[in-house]
Design a protein around this ligand. Sequence first.
Ligand code: UDP
Length: 240
Amino acid sequence: SASEPRYRRVLLKLSGEALCRSGEFGIDAEELRLIGGEIVKAAKQGTQLAVVVGGGNMIRGAAMAKDGVIEQATADYMGMLGTVINALALKEVLEKLGQPARVLSAINLSSVAETFIRGRAIRHLEKGRVVIFAAGTGNPFFTTDSGAALRATEIGADVVLKATKVDGVYDKDPVKYPDAVRFERLSFDEAIDRRLAVMDLAAFTMCKDNGIPIVVFNMKTPGHIAEVVAGVGHGTLVEP
Ligand code: UDP
């Protein structure tokens, strides 16, 4: 029927920077409250909502390793722990706003979060809880974009919704070129031919191989997360 949500189950990828003020680091209470409110609005529509949260507001492994003091693998584990901190903050604000939520971590941290178990994640979703996937893939040398593609595939999500600070995918950098044009829709092959960066390559390839469309959209517009989750938001749809 018309009131049925277009998507049954979605995976929302939020960068760590969704939790801090532009250009800053850490977690800002006001930003957290804002993004939490947006997610609650989205979840109330009845679509099952899983979230992968990044950690760029805490630690990026590559940046941490570049001085040669901390090895990349260790720096990446530090980065993954940063995503767990973000996930705990996000869960807290969702529950404060009345939305049940659970954190499932790819790294076993049994005192602070459930460990990721696929069937458990699906059960939480079926019970209407927002599931927050923490620690990315659980492996160094990956990103949380790859974590998003992986979890979306595992839980059978209908789509990956990639929240960014821009309105979608453009033919050139919209910050540098005022005449840049946004794509409404794109196929995976077109994105490859035009060398457009939709998500990192491992994540992009995983979505492509599993036929999971990606929507790139602006999370900073109020109400937009809920619209995109309902399948009516605008951004760029990358599809098979
Ligand atoms: N990371 C990792 N493996 C993963 C996911 C993340 O090693 O599967 C590390 C990596 O060091 C990365 C950091 O965690 O730089 C933070 O994640 P990401 O950069 O993807 O966060 P975002 O840009 O989405 O905020």
